[in-house]
Design a protein around this ligand. Structure first.
Ligand SMILES: [Zn+2]
Length: 225
């Protein structure tokens, strides 16, 4: 099944699409795939060949579910961003139709703006949606937890820390930027969090560390408890 999954990823048009695809663990949970698992058949491994043959018969449906998954990730990310960066109410966000993703206002550039950057729920890494998806697919050690919770979040404290850093730089957060470009802008400068707790490490500098702070010390932040 893993080999077939890898083939399906290879069929996708580019790396961005691959990063938006479900991880292998989640692929196995797609309805069309799950229904084919030996466990669902309740039979021995001897039928794996049959299962794979059946997968081929409904590969179009599997591909469709993979595409739906990618859209769903984007839609959930959009809702997280709107909840923290706009005045929209919880209900207005809940009532949004996934079709809004087709609007120009929420195109790729929208997700590349620093005001739309999100955090990895497993390690606190902060960055644009596609970077985080790549990080989750290839880098984050705890990515196997994907099946239980949406792997990204945006604590309001992180959004505020990020906004303070961009204010300091006098850089517009609504202009698309990459984390690498932010590093370049900060080169030669150091950041100090003056009222950070005084234990070891808490006053380290660097934007990545500062925006990870709520992740590292959630007990200090009421909204994350
Ligand atoms: Zn991570």
């Amino acid at each position: 099944m893993k080999t077939r999954y890898d083939d399906l990823l290879d069929d996708l048009p580019n790396d961005d699409s691959r990063n938006c695809a479900p991880s292998f663990e989640l692929f196995l949970q797609l309805p069309a795939v799950k229904a084919l698992s030996p466990l669902a058949f309740n039979v021995s491994e001897a039928t794996v060949k049959d299962v794979l043959a059946k997968l081929e018969q409904q590969v179009d449906q599997v591909k469709e579910e993979m595409a739906t998954y990618a859209l769903d990730v984007r839609f959930k990310a959009l809702k997280l961003i709107l909840a923290v960066t706009t005045e929209m109410t919880e209900k207005e966000i809940e009532d949004l139709d996934p079709d809004v993703l087709a609007e120009e206002a929420y195109d790729d550039e929208f997700f590349e703006r620093p005001s739309s950057w999100l955090s990895c729920r497993h390690c606190g890494r902060h960055g644009p949606l596609l970077d985080l998806l790549k990080h989750l697919q290839t880098g984050c050690h705890k990515a196997h937890w994907w099946t239980f919770r949406f792997p990204m979040y945006l604590p309001v404290e992180v959004a505020c820390a990020s906004s303070a850093i961009f204010d300091l730089l006098k850089v517009d957060m609504d202009e698309p930027m990459t984390p690498k470009e932010l590093n370049e802008k900060l080169e030669g400068h150091s950041l100090t969090w003056e009222n950070a707790p005084r234990w070891k490490g808490a006053q380290r500098t660097g934007w990545r560390y500062l925006v990870r702070f709520p992740f590292l010390f959630p007990f200090l932040f009421p909204s994350l408890r």
